[in-house]
Design a protein around this ligand. Structure first.
Ligand code: SIN
Length: 303
């Protein structure tokens, strides 16, 4: 029997597979298809202080080996998430859940993280400083080490749960941003969010996405994600959650060899709602194929 368990900031996951924020909602629709308690955990829809309608449509553009989204952090706001979504979640998910938080100012990050921190079922807080689809916040906090450190420090001052900072790949030096977060007190790093992309419709000669640009995700970005996880693993001592184009058990193993303790699956959920379940089911066979008995032993194994 192979051992798929990993430990993320003191909490043991049955396996390292975590649906990524924004691709799994609050899990309800997926729980209608299968028992989502097979997951390591999941990262719920990015939550902000106030409810958000999101960006104008169209928000999605299809690409070879991936997709562009410009959702714009559509969500019901933190009060609703705490008072309704998290209360209902208990009925179909019994494990600690990862709360994903976004903001437009330091004060907003602090407000939302503080509220979320008090929710019993929240095991970790994933602070998104990398959303490419909004102005005046989001990615702008993740593109310099100084701004990333400022958010991290402010959030850590008001939380007791482990804080993971979700980084943008749209930077020249990902390692220095990750190190600044670690120095400011982060408990872990999540990466990568989407790459800024664009598609143009040849018939209309206009951008496909109403917001013009959006975040590119899917299997095409997997090698970029592996490279950045590898670089960040070398730069920090805190755990790394790897993501970006993961769609198979082999991808999970590769991401862990690069340095990930756990692995998020994003765009694959939108193509196949059973993607995470299938990855978890095929993980033991893949481990046997590569002679791995204990999955946690391979973390950073490529270094
Ligand atoms: C979005 O809601 O626009 C996606 C979130 C993100 O990419 O961080």
């Amino acid at each position: 029997m192979v051992d798929t368990r990993v430990v993320l900031s003191g909490i043991t996951l049955d396996n390292p597979v975590i649906p990524a924020s924004g691709t799994f909602g609050f899990g309800r629709e997926f729980a209608e298809l299968y028992d989502i308690n097979c997951l390591g955990t999941f990262s719920f829809k990015g939550t902000t202080k106030d409810p958000r309608f999101g960006n104008p449509t169209p928000r999605i553009a299809e690409c070879s080996m991936g997709m562009i989204n410009s959702v714009g952090l559509q969500n019901p706001g933190v009060e609703h998430v705490v008072n309704h979504e998290l209360k209902e979640l208990k009925e179909y998910f019994s494990k600690p859940v990862m709360a994903n938080v976004s903001g437009f100012s330091i004060d907003e990050y602090v407000y939302t993280c503080q509220k979320i921190n008090d929710a019993e079922q929240v095991g970790w807080i994933e602070v998104n400083i990398s959303c490419p689809n909004v102005h005046g916040g989001g990615m702008s906090f993740g593109t310099t080490p100084e701004a990333a450190a400022e958010v991290t420090k402010a959030v850590k001052a008001v939380t007791t749960k482990p804080v993971y900072i979700k980084l943008s790949p749209n930077v020249a030096d990902i390692a220095s941003v990750a190190k600044a977060c670690e120095d400011a007190g982060a408990d872990g790093i999540s990466l990568i969010n989407t790459l800024l992309g664009m598609r143009i419709d040849l018939k209309t000669k206009k951008c496909v996405v109403a917001n013009k640009m959006g975040g590119f995700s899917g299997p095409a970005i997997f090698p970029v994600a592996v490279r950045m996880v590898y670089q960040v693993y070398e730069a920090v001592k805190i755990p790394v959650i790897g993501m970006g184009g993961v769609s198979s058990a082999d991808d999970v193993i590769e991401m862990m060899l690069a340095g990930a303790t756990a692995v998020q699956v994003g765009a694959a959920n939108l193509v196949n709602p059973f993607a995470c379940k299938e990855i978890i089911e095929t993980l033991p066979t893949a481990m046997k194929k590569y002679g791995i008995e204990k999955l946690s032993d391979i973390i950073g194994g490529a270094h």
